[in-house]
Design a protein. Structure first.
Length: 159
């Protein structure tokens, strides 16, 4: 099963981002309107977080969340075939501080919030910093996807 899923995701990743975003919009429609994936949980959380907002405003926020969720998943699939040039074109950072810390014999922690596709940032670090990076995450429940996505990070380090 692993090879079939990985192969399909790799083939999808070869598509340009513009096409993948069109696909993402279609998947968003399915996830939000048809499957209603965890929609009750999202709406309850939004009601608790924003009691002052109307139901219509919370629905608008939920739709934005689902668009972002699906876009992030699609962008993560793009990493299967994305190389150094692609990542460096879509992410920018000043890594000189890491070299300075390393030369001083110190270590540091990097924390990134979920304000963008942090998977791209993880890969951006891996290909632009010479120091060892250790990622901490919660493994996926689906064994096939866990093997695919944990292996994606390792393969990116080798590029």
């Amino acid at each position: 099963m692993y090879y079939i899923v990985y192969g399909l995701l790799w083939l999808v990743s070869l598509l340009p981002l513009s096409v993948l975003y069109l696909f993402s919009d279609a998947v968003y429609g399915l996830v939000f309107y048809i499957f209603k994936y965890r929609r009750n949980v999202v709406m309850a959380n939004l009601k608790q977080a924003f009691p002052e907002k109307s139901e219509k405003e919370r629905l608008r926020i939920a739709k934005g969340f689902y668009h972002n969720l699906v876009d992030t998943f699609i962008e993560t699939i793009k990493l299967f075939s994305a190389g150094r040039k692609f990542i460096n074109r879509h992410c920018t950072a000043d890594f000189s501080v890491f070299d300075k810390i390393y030369k001083e014999g110190k270590s540091c922690h990097i924390h990134a919030g979920h304000q963008f596709n942090w998977e791209w940032l993880n890969h951006h670090y891996c290909i632009n910093i010479s120091q060892t990076i250790v990622g901490v995450y919660m493994p996926l429940a689906n064994k096939t996807f866990e093997k695919i996505f944990s292996g994606c990070a390792v393969s990116m380090e080798q590029q």
